[in-house]
Design a protein around this ligand. Sequence first.
Ligand code: ZN
Ligand code: ZN
Ligand code: ZN
Length: 283
Amino acid sequence: MQHGRCLCGAVEWTVDGPLERMTHCHCARCRKAHGTPFATYAFTPAAALRMRGAEHVTRYASSPGFVRGFCSVCGSVVPSAEVNGQLEIPIGSLTTDPDARPEAHIFVGSKQPWYEITDGLPQYATFEPGDDAPVLDPLPQPPPTAAGHPRGSCLCGAVRFVLDGEPLLARNCHCSRCRLARSAAHAANLVAPHDAIRVTHGADQIASYKIPDAQFFRQTFCRICGGKAPRHDAGRGIAIAPLGIFDDDPGTYPDIHMYVASRAPWFAITDALPQHPAGVPFR
Ligand SMILES: [Zn+2]
Ligand SMILES: [Zn+2]
Ligand SMILES: [Zn+2]
């Protein structure tokens, strides 16, 4: 029996069934829903899911017939998408160690150009061979900015921003809060000076959830689609943007993995970036 939950705990679930065809998906819809360079999903029979707190789930049809669910309180992705009686389970939300492990990378054709795949798993441009689900058109891109700044946007496009300045750094974080917030193997965030990330559209659609006992930890997301959004921290003079929601190459990439002592048991770090067991201060 597997157990999963959102960041705030309003929604939690069990899966009493197999987790099959576990893959890392690099499609733009997954990237924006999770805010990460890839999301990890496996299929289970729809009848295997038991969910508590379903009244907190907002559903957004990211394409015809494909509905993504997220916790309306904290923005975590929760199981929702059902295809032919099979549910897609976001593996990053599990608090248990699934028996299964990722088998492949899918939608590598939509991968963010800076993200390098370094494990030995098979890579497919779209779905795995034998999966006859229809391949969707690419997500519409927001219009380019006059100054050519790197753009970012949520899944539905209501929230848009530009990177208008030099970022400070970017990092991969494997802490359990980040994993539950992003419902993914780990977070990958860009940190910039406060005014270098400018929300150009939909600021009023950005919802925010702060963990009660955390000093800083906050998740910001589009209340329409659950796509992740940048957040501004005036107190620390920084802005943080999830790397998965960039439409253009931000030019700054993660240079470390931190909190690897909390790494998901099903995810192996195979790149050469330095690994820190705990957190590393920004400056
Ligand atoms: Zn929640
Ligand atoms: Zn995907
Ligand atoms: Zn949105």
